[in-house]
Design a protein around this ligand. Structure first.
Ligand code: FE
Ligand code: FE
Length: 196
C-alpha cells in the first residue's frame, strides 16, 4: 500500500475540488468514529480517503473500467451508473493504490448502497460519508450526527431510511442492497430493544 500522503496526492488529481474537500471531511469523521467505537483508525482513514476515488470518472470511463476490472454492473447500476463507484472504487484502490486489506476494500465497496451485516469499519465509512462536516444541511443530518456517536446500528437504520426515502422521492433507481440493509438494521434494532 502507498503511504497515506502519497495516496492523498494521487487522489487529489483524480477528484474535483469539492469532492476532495468532501473526502477530507470523511477522513476526519471516520477517524473520530473509529476512536469512539474502537475500530482501527488507520484502516478507517484509508477507506475514507479512497471511498470516492472512482466517483468523478466520466460515465464511459466508469463502464470501461468496470469491464476491465471485472466489476459486474447489475441492472440497477446500469440504470444509475454512479452506483458502481463503490465496487469500482474498491478495485481502483486495490490496483492503483495498492490496498490489499479486504476489510478496507469492502468498506469502500459498500459505502453507497450499504448491505446487511456490515462490519464496524463498513458502518463507520457509510456513516462518515453521510455526516461529514462539509455536507450542506438536509433533513435528518443532525439526527444522523448525534446517532453516529450513540449507536452505530441505530445510525445505520436512520440513514438508510432517509436515503431510501430520498432516492424514491427523486424517482431514482433504488439498489436492492440498500433495502436489504435497511430491513436488516430495522429488525436488528427492534430485537435489541426486546432483549432478543
Ligand atoms: Fe460515494
Ligand atoms: Fe462520499
Amino acid at each position: 500500500m502507498l503511504p497515506f500522503e502519497v495516496m492523498e496526492r494521487k487522489l487529489q488529481s483524480a477528484l474535483s475540488l469539492p469532492r476532495y474537500i468532501h473526502t477530507m471531511g470523511v477522513v476526519k469523521t471516520a477517524k473520530k468514529l473509529a476512536g469512539r467505537w474502537q475500530a482501527d483508525e488507520k484502516k478507517a482513514m484509508t477507506a475514507a480517503l479512497l471511498h470516492d476515488c472512482a466517483k468523478d470518472y466520466p460515465e464511459q470511463m466508469k463502464r470501461r473500467f468496470c469491464k476491465e476490472f471485472h466489476v459486474p454492473i447489475d441492472p440497477v447500476m446500469d440504470q444509475a451508473i454512479d452506483l458502481c463507484h463503490g465496487p469500482l472504487g474498491a478495485e481502483v484502490a486495490r490496483r492503483e493504490y495498492g490496498v490489499t486489506d479486504e476489510e478496507v476494500l469492502n468498506a469502500i465497496r459498500y459505502h453507497t448502497t450499504g448491505r446487511p451485516e456490515m462490519t464496524k469499519l463498513e458502518q463507520i465509512i457509510f456513516i462518515a460519508d453521510y455526516i461529514e462536516p462539509n455536507r450542506n444541511p438536509f433533513v435528518g443530518l443532525e439526527e444522523g450526527r448525534v446517532l453516529a456517536y450513540e449507536d452505530l446500528n441505530l445510525a445505520m437504520e436512520r440513514i438508510l431510511k432517509d436515503t431510501i426515502a430520498y432516492v424514491k422521492q427523486r424517482q431514482r433507481p433504488l439498489h436492492p442492497l440498500s433495502v436489504e440493509a435497511y430491513e436488516y438494521y430495522q429488525k436488528k434494532n427492534k430485537e435489541g430493544f426486546h432483549g432478543a
